[in-house]
Structure formats: C-alpha cells, structure tokens
Design a protein around this ligand. Structure first.
Ligand code: CUK
Ligand code: CUA
Length: 661
C-alpha cells in the first residue's frame, strides 16, 4: 500500500481504488523517462511513447512563446459565477472575469466600486447574493455575427443577467428579473442584439410571492423576458423591456431565429405534465418521473416582433415593474404557438441560414429538424392540430419537420460549421456526432469524448457564418484524464479538429472552476480592447471619467467632523499620501486614482484586516467607504508585484482608539 493511500485510510476516507492509486504513481502514462537525453523529435516520440498523430495534435495546438491564439473562447464559469476567457487552439486560460461572485484579484466585491454592481444593482430578496449559476454566455451580434463588443451571461439560480463590456472585460451591469425565480433559456441575443432573451425555468407566481403547489396549474407561471439592449449606453434598458407570460411548463433552452427565421425565438420545454413534485404526498412519484410521462413536450415558437408591437400598442399589463404580455393575448394573437417536440428535450439550435431548428431530446435518440418555412406557413394559414389547456395553438408535428437524424443516446446540443455540418453532443454515448443538416440522409460520424459531454461549441458556430476548424466538447466527467486531486474533479474541455474528413481529438484541458455549461468561440481579432484608462480617473464599472478623481498634486486629506475624505494617487512605487490617521468610528472615504499610463502597470491596494482589496489598473479610479471601527495600526500595501520597490509600496492606516490622546 502506498503511503498516500495508507494515510487516506487512516483519516477515515476510503482508501483510493486501485485505478486511482496506479494513476498518480508513475504507471508510465506520464512517460518522461529518457526524454531529457532526447535530441530529435523521433527520440522524444520514442522516449515519451508518442505517435505521429499525437505530434500532429501538438503541432496544431502548440503556440511558441510570444505567439497569440487566433480565437478566444468565452465560457460560463458554472457555479463559480465567473466568466472565463480561454485561447483557442492553445486552450490556455487567459482570464477569469468576475461577474456574479466576488473576485479579489480584480478587486471585485472587496470594498471598491464593483460592490455597487455585485451587491447593489444585482440584488433581490433579503439575503445578500454573492454567487451565480452561470450557464450561457451570449456575445453581442450585428447582422447575426459576433461583433466583439459585449457579452451577456445568465445566473440561473437567481434569474439575473449580466452585461460585460469587452473593451475591458468588466461587468457593467447586473439585472435581476423581478418576474421569475429561475432562468435557463438565457442568455441569447436577437441577431442585431436588439434584445437579450431570458427564458424562465422553474415556474412560480409571476412577480414573486406565494401560492401553494395545489394551485400550480392556475397560479404558477413562467415568462420569457426580452431585455432591451441600449448599445450606445452599453446597458440593458429595463423600462424599454418586456416579457411574455408563459404556461407553467418548465422552459428549457432557447435560441433566436436569424435570416429565414429572423423575428422569432424558440424555447424548449419539459414537464408539460404540469407535475409539481410529490407535494409531500406519500406514494407520489418524484418530479423527475412525474415530469417525464408525455411522449411529446412543446417547442415554444415566439413571434417577438409581433409581441413588441402589441406591447407598444398597450396590450401588456405591468407586473413587478415589467410590461408583460398576458398569456391569453399571446395565445390569441399567435405571438405564442406550440409545436410538439420529442419528450424532455434540451438543446434548441437554429441553423446558420435560419431555415431550420434542431431540437435534441435527452430521452430520445434523434435530433429533430424543424423547417421554419413550414411552421410559418401553418401559422399564417391558421392550420392547427389543437390547443393546449391554456388556449395556445398547437401545430401538427409531422407537418413541421424537415426530418429526424438518429445520433445516439442522449443528444443535448448542436453547433455548426462552414460546410453545412451540424455537431451534436451526445451525453449518454459520450460522443460528438457530425451530420449534415442539409442532407439528412448522409451518414453520421461519431468521435468518442471523455466523458459525458454537455454543451459543445464551435468557432462562431451559432452565428450566420460559422468559422469551422474547431469544436470544443465541454465534458462533465474527467475521471482517469488528469492527476487525481480528490473527489471533486475538474471538467474536461476537449478540443476537436473538424477541418478534415475525419474529426480528430487534439487536446484535453481541465477546467477547475465550476461547471461551465455553454461557451462561444470568437475570432480574437474582433476584440478592440483598451490597455489603459485615459485620461486617468475612470470608474471602470461605468466606463466614465469621475469628476474630482484625484490627480497628481491634488492629493489631500479632508476632515469634516466624523467624515474623512482621502484623495490619493498611486504611481510606481508609492501612495500619496502614505499615512492616514483617523479616529475610531470615523467614516472614511478613500478616493484613489492610479495615475500610471503605461501598459500593464497595475497596482493593488489593501488595508489589512479591513477586508479591502483593490486592483488599480492604469488610469483606474476607485472609491472605498467604510467605518474605521477597529482601532489599531494597519499596513496598507500594494498587492501586485509592480516594480523593484514593490515591497516598499506601502504605508500606514492608523485608527486612534476612542479616548486616546
Ligand atoms: S445547459 Cu444549463 S443544464 Cu445543457 Cu445549456 Cu447544462
Ligand atoms: Cu504597486 Cu506593487
């Protein structure tokens, strides 16, 4: 027994299984022996047991020092509440962007101006929300292509949406949806980013409040919200936004139509059984099985342009401050139409040309491909197969489809390339399947992935002009892929080369920060970022120059009774002033400008024991307000190694105890 497993047993954990023990202990899989003497590629291959295919994969992903990635992948950070930026094809992590959770390196949530975004505008309920369950980032689009300006991100757990500005990758806005209590079909944008779409998931009384589960069918509802995006301001305009009331089915993923389907939004659903769980009644099945009885659920087909018009005509009523188009109006005016979809679907994805909608059923082995022209035609002609219990028209399933493609067990999500191919993640089979969405009779090619792939993402693969070349399988499980680090495993992102006639696996990347769901891959040259805030004194959370932000020569400490205002500048390698003395109980406001204008000259700032930490990028302004309630001597210092005299970049914050002379 190896020492490590003896210790694990001794502390009451299960001794690691044979497979795991072998793995960390040099079973040859990390194969390094002899490589130090290898002088040629052939010798390295022999020493490390690499095949030609391995070398090819390395050559396709490796970037020599100083070379940049062609693409950036923006991925949700799952339960971490962050957004991640990863270079493709190198799969190097470039940045975590703090969105719904505090992040000390970025000084987000530790006393500075980011607190207003994180703990101010994004709050709802009585508990302070300090995390998000992020699923789907959506890059802003112009004409159905990514434009590199903004990215939106949802928080499923608290029904919130964030706006991140891609000029500096800073979260500018968090909007809480007062109508619903959870979302999932979020975020998705219309092709011109007119709206950021947020579909609800678990129904509840609209606008909050209580209703017993016995009133589920009558009083519980869902909604899809169309958040109006004001591009010039870079903000969601809540007053110009609206929602559509939906039946209390559990809505799942969404996608916006484009080109041939522009003006429409598609939203999946499950639990058309309207089963609310056991309600504590003995013998009732759990929600899982109660919600999986019907053979078909409803694809929600939403005419958002018509909805927008009806709202402008005053047909909405206001709930919790949002204009909501009532379900009966949406049904009568055919803003909302249903198309049956195979049992408990998950992903709904519109093809690049907008002519078809691919729905993948978790409990079905097919992808169902709906034809937009058929759906539109039937709606226009008023030809319906029936109505649901809420009066929504239901189309005839066979009349709406282009066809079905058998892909395997548990298809989830589909993305596209530039050659008319679709790529579907197949969860239970653990494969990525390539098939033609134009010629449904073409054979399906499968490549195994490791393991249990959720979402899948392709280069610009959900736009009107996909880039091809790479797909990333976002796998849920990673056992036996990486060195074991305990029972919580990373996710495994696998980079797949799709450029050739056969798909090839290139790279495994552990993703150890939450469980990302969706990601988008964009050409890196679409980004136009700022390197410094100029002129100095910019609040990075508003993007605006702050009047009165301290500049060189204007540093001072102003006292007004119990209020102390400190106007400080920061430059290599000192704070001015570097001594602040206040009295216990004083209300202190620090106004700090990093007056550096040189690239990459970031300083940090902390006041020890006061839970304050700031990141001061060149030109950034920060403001911290707090009560000096703990007397004592507290070093303030720079938390970013910025110069040879970084350790000297410090000072003292002194709090004189009450009654001291
Ligand atoms: S997802 Cu949200 S449960 Cu398949 Cu888009 Cu992971
Ligand atoms: Cu400034 Cu370290």
């Amino acid at each position: 027994m190896r020492a490590a497993s003896r210790r694990a047993a001794a502390i009451g954990l299960a001794a690691c299984a044979a497979s795991a023990c072998g793995q960390n202990g040099g079973n040859g899989r990390n194969g390094g022996n002899g490589v130090e003497d290898a002088a040629t590629v052939q010798e390295v291959m022999a020493a490390r047991g690499l095949s030609e295919e391995d070398l090819l994969a390395a050559a396709k992903t490796y970037l020599p020092s100083g070379k940049l990635d062609e693409y950036v992948m923006l991925t949700s950070g799952g339960q971490s509440g962050h957004l991640l930026v990863i270079g493709v094809p190198s799969m190097r992590i470039i940045k975590y962007v703090a969105v719904f959770s505090p992040e000390p390196w970025q000084g987000y949530g530790y006393g500075g101006l980011g607190d207003e975004v994180l703990y101010g505008q994004g709050q709802r309920g009585k508990k302070r929300l300090a995390w998000g369950d992020t699923h789907h980032p959506a890059l802003s689009e112009t004409g159905g292509d990514y434009d590199g300006e903004f990215v939106f991100l949802n928080d499923k757990a608290n029904a919130r949406i964030a706006v991140i500005d891609l000029r500096d990758f800073v979260t500018r806005q968090i909007v809480a949806n007062p109508l619903i209590v959870s979302n999932h079909g979020a975020t998705f944008v219309t092709p011109g980013t007119e709206y950021v779409v947020e579909g609800g998931q678990y129904p509840a009384p609209l606008g909050g409040g209580y209703a017993p589960l016995s009133a589920y069918e009558d009083e519980y509802r869902s909604a899809v919200t169309f958040w109006k995006f004001d591009r010039a301001k870079g903000r969601i305009d809540e007053d110009a936004s609206f929602a559509i009331e939906l039946p209390p089915y559990m809505q799942d993923l969404a996608d916006a139509g484009k080109l041939a389907s522009d003006g429409w939004v598609f939203l999946n659903s499950f639990n058309t059984e309207l089963y609310p769980g056991t309600r504590g009644i003995e013998g009732q099945p759990p929600l899982e099985s109660g919600a999986s009885q019907n053979d078909m659920d409803y694809l929600h087909v939403i005419d958002w342009r018509k909805a927008e018009r009806l709202v402008q005509e005053g047909r909405a009523r206001e709930i919790a401050g949002i204009r909501v188009l009532p379900l009966e109006v949406a049904a009568r005016e055919r803003v909302l139409t249903f198309v049956p979809e195979p049992k408990s679907p998950h992903g709904v994805d519109v093809t690049p040309d907008g002519t078809a909608i691919v729905v993948s059923g978790k409990l079905d082995t097919h992808c169902t491909i709906y034809e937009m022209s058929k759906i539109k035609d039937l709606i226009e002609r008023g030809q319906f197969a029936g109505k649901d219990r809420y009066g929504v028209d239901v189309l005839d399933f066979p009349s709406t489809i282009r066809g079905q493609v058998q892909v395997g067990l548990g298809p989830l999500h589909t993305v596209f390339d530039d050659k008319g191919n679709a790529y579907t993640s197949v969860f239970l089979d653990s494969t990525v399947n390539r098939w033609s969405y134009e010629r449904l009779d073409q054979p399906v090619e499968a490549i195994p992935v490791h393991y249990n792939v959720g979402h899948i993402t392709a280069v610009e693969g959900d736009t009107v002009s996909p880039g091809g070349r790479f797909v990333v399988a976002m796998n849920k499980l990673s056992q036996d892929r990486f060195v074991e680090v305990g029972p919580l495993y990373p996710q495994n992102f696998q980079l797949i080369d799709i450029s050739g006639p056969k798909m090839r696996l290139l790279y495994d990347m552990p993703l150890p920060l939450g469980e990302p769901h969706y990601a988008q891959i964009m050409r890196a040259d679409r980004l136009e970022t700022v390197q410094v805030y100029s002129p100095p004194g910019v609040n990075s959370y508003t993007g605006e120059l702050v009047p009165g932000a301290p500049t060189a020569g204007e540093e001072r400490i102003e006292r007004n009774g119990r209020k102390v205002d400190v106007y400080m500048t920061v430059i290599r390698s000192h704070y001015t002033p570097d001594t602040i003395e206040v009295n216990e109980g004083d209300e202190v406001t620090l106004h700090i400008t990093n007056i550096e204008q040189a690239t990459d000259q970031t300083h940090g700032f902390t006041v020890d024991m006061y839970n304050i930490n700031l990141s001061l990028e060149p030109g950034k302004y920060e403001e911290v307000r707090f009560i000096a309630d703990t007397p004592g001597v507290f070093p303030m210092y720079c938390t970013e190694f910025c110069s040879a005299l970084h350790l000297e970049m410090a000072g003292y914050f002194l709090v004189k105890p009450k009654g001291a002379r």
